[in-house]
Each structure stands twice: as C-alpha cells, then as structure tokens.
Design a protein. Structure first.
Lengths: 265, 174
C-alpha cells in the first residue's frame, strides 16, 4: 500500500470540505452548542456520585466524553460509506475505480479526513468544555486520550468499511450505519451509564467495542491512567475486523464490476 | 471504433478499462487481465467526462489528485500535471473550478487526465465531440507526439476516423 494514494484522498477531502466554509464553521458551532446543552442538563443531575458515572467527576464530564467518542465512532464507521455515496452521486466512483489503486488504499483514504476532522472537532469541544464550562481535565493523560481515540477509530474502521461494501451493492448503506452507531453509542453508555440499562441489555452494552472506547476515554481524561487495556482491546478488534472488511469491500467492488453498476447510484 | 448508438462501443471501452467485467471472453492488457491493478496502471481512460470530476475543485486540483493516484512522488506528479497543462494549452481551464467549466473544457481536462502517468494504452470515448477545432488539433497533436501509445477511440466523426490506422465497426445484434 502506498501512502501517496491515502494522503491524496485525504488532501482532496480537506479541499472539498474547506470549499463549504459555512458548513465547516457550523460543524464546530453545533458541537459546542451540544456541549452547552449537556452542561445545563448536568445541573439537573448535580450530586450523582462518580462511581455511578464510570469514573467521570460529573454528569457533564460523563456526557462530554459521550459526545466526543460518538463523534469519532460516527466518523470512522460512516465516513467511508458517506464519501463513497458522494462519489456515486457525483459520478467520480468509476473514475476512481479505473485508477491503479488498491481497495485498502481507497478505504483508508476515504476514512482518513473524516477521522482527522473528528479528532480536531473532539479537541475543540474539550477545549470549549474546559474554558467555558469548567470541565476538570487536570489529571488527563493527553497521550492516553490520543491513543484511545486512535484505537477507537481503528476499531470502528472495520465496521465502516463493511458499511461501504453494503453501499457499493445496495447504494444506501448510510441509514444502516447511522442506526448501528446510535444503537452502539446508547447501549455502551454515551449519555447514561450502562448500569441503568435493563438487566438483559447490560451484558450487550459491556461487550460492544464502543464501551471500551467510552471507558478508555473517561480513564484517560479524568484518571490519567487505566486506559491501556481498553485501547488494546479496541486495537485488537480493529486488527481483526479491518482485513476482513477490506476483503468484503473488494468483493463488493468486483460484484459491481460484474453487474455493471459501479457508475450507478 | 465506430457503430450505431447502443452497439456497445462504450461497453467495450469499459470492459478494457476495468470498470465492467465481460460476461464471457477474456481481455488482456499487456499480459495482464483487464481490470487488474497492473492493467489499470497501463491504461489511460476518458469516458463520460461530465460527471467524473470533483466539481468544487479546480481543474488543476483534480488533475493533481488523479496524478497522485498514479505517481508516488508528489513533486513528480505535480510536475507531470504542469507539463501536460503546457503541452495541451490548459492553463486557463485548469485554473477554473470544474463547476464553472463548459462541457468542452471538461473534455479537455478528461483527455489530460487520461494521459497522466504515461499510459501504454489510451481509451477515448468520443474525445472530440464537444471540442472546437483548435482543441481538437491539440488533442491529435498530443497523440501524434506519443508514437508508442496505442489508442482506441470510439467516435462518430469522420475526421477522427481518418486519423486512425484501422477501423472496427460494431453492429447491433438483432
């Protein structure tokens, strides 16, 4: 695999995103507004113990992690399919498919900018949550936070590539991705602790990769330690899922070549 | 390659380019199966160009992007695009955002894109359909300057056919 293809796709997506200046700015404003909403909701739940909030010092801190992790999860799991869908609609997918590039290069390139932009937005939200709303990150491990978020993106990339394969074959995989991200985030404790789920749902919430992402991020941001097992579990999930997902995407592109639907939307 | 509408000219070009797999038979490009990465590296393609560029980017940004998919070094890729712009007289067109380009301008960009990476085989689908006389001459001039390049053109225009070494007439199957 050559990095030039991946970096070319990332640079292209950056230029296209930058060309929509208002949407670019609104993305950031929307996230900061979401953080503000959870800040005021948290005032309703003042006094909830840290033990009940997976180690987060307050509900606001708990929900802020939910926001940034969901952002990374959504970008990694639906960013590729979204980009591929745009290529289908714009008519550029066929132009890409006849270039001498590998499926893995396309998948990583399509996901690259979405993930990098999600990291940037996550950092911006944490910054504003700290400066404007007093989020306490004194004990945070920044390298730990970066590694956990990178591992989260790696883990979710496998799911994202599978959604892209679905999009190649059935054209609209985005709804499937949105539903999956919403379900996994909710069940893993993005806006409320897993412990309040009905007993029969709690075990499911415990084994989802998103639970490791949320726990690891909370450990890194509020404890400064204890995030490594979560990061390792996420990385392991990604290392198993990505090759399998790339193989599936490759098969899907082959099937689209056979059926003559690669240029269709 | 000539033939009535629907006779399969574009389909055949797509099969050779690798975006469509034939239902039967085999296509080989330079000893590699059509559609394989090696065959795609040997082949430059200009199909339906109107919907194959990133409209929010300039022609130059598009060409540079596609060049980097074929040429690993960024400097070499950009240099290659600069040289093609100069050879084909594309500087003004390349500076425009693609959503402001006419069909003829896009067609010239599509031809330039097909030449990226110095392919051995060039597949062109009605490459002169929307071009003025000067742009048509520049296109044929670029092909003439590449005597080792094999070119397969689907066209309806008599002056294009006159420039070709041989003609393949496709007929509609009843």
């Amino acid at each position: 695999m050559t990095t030039s293809v991946v970096t070319a796709l990332i640079a292209r997506d950056y230029r296209i995103t930058r060309s929509y200046r208002l949407a670019f700015a609104l993305d950031l404003v929307y996230g900061i507004a979401e953080v503000a909403v959870y800040f005021f909701i948290s005032k309703t739940f003042a006094g909830v113990s840290s033990a009940k909030l997976s180690g987060a010092p307050s509900y606001f801190a708990f929900a802020t992690v939910g926001i940034i992790v969901t952002l990374v999860i959504a970008s990694a799991s639906s960013g590729i399919a979204q980009r591929l869908r745009e290529e289908q609609l714009a008519g550029t997918l066929e132009a890409l498919a006849i270039q001498p590039v590998r499926t893995s290069e396309l998948a990583l390139g399509w996901a690259g900018f979405a993930c990098l932009f999600a990291f940037f937005r996550a950092a911006t939200y944490v910054f504003f949550a700290t400066v404007l709303f007093g989020l306490d990150v004194q004990g945070a491990s920044i390298p730990g936070l970066i590694l956990v978020l990178l591992a989260t993106a790696t883990a979710m990339l496998g799911i994202g590539i599978i959604v892209a394969a679905v999009t190649v074959l059935f054209k609209r995989g985005g709804t499937f991705a949105s539903f999956a991200v919403f379900g996994m985030s909710i069940l893993s404790g993005s806006v409320f602790p897993v412990s309040v789920l009905p007993g029969w749902l709690e075990p499911l919430g415990q084994i989802l990769p998103t639970r490791f992402a949320l726990d690891g991020t909370r450990h890194a941001l509020f404890d400064g330690g204890g995030w490594a097992p979560d990061a390792l579990a996420l990385a392991a999930f990604g290392l198993v899922a990505i090759p399998l997902a790339v193989w599936l995407l490759d098969r899907a592109l082959l099937a689209a070549r056979r059926s003559g639907t690669i240029g269709q939307y | 390659m000539t033939g009535a509408n629907g006779s399969g000219k574009t389909t055949l070009l797509r099969c050779i380019a690798g975006s469509l797999t034939p239902t039967s038979g085999e296509i080989v490009v330079g000893r590699h199966a059509a559609g394989s990465r090696e065959a795609r590296a040997l082949t430059g393609v200009s199909l339906a160009q109107e919907r194959s560029f990133y409209l929010r980017l300039t022609g130059r940004a598009n060409l540079r992007f596609f060049a980097r998919l074929r040429i690993a070094s960024r400097r070499a890729a950009y240099g290659h695009v600069d040289a093609l712009e100069e050879e084909l007289g594309l500087s003004d067109i390349a500076a425009e955002r693609c959503d402001r380009c006419s069909t003829g301008m896009m067609q010239q960009l599509a031809f330039a894109r097909a030449l990226l990476g110095d392919p051995r085989l060039l597949l062109l689908d009605e490459p002169t359909r929307s071009l003025d006389d000067a742009a048509t001459e520049r296109l044929w001039g670029a092909i003439d300057r590449r005597p080792k390049l094999a070119v397969l053109i689907a066209t309806h225009r008599e002056d294009d056919i006159q420039r070709c070494d041989s003609q393949l007439e496709l007929t509609l199957r009843s």
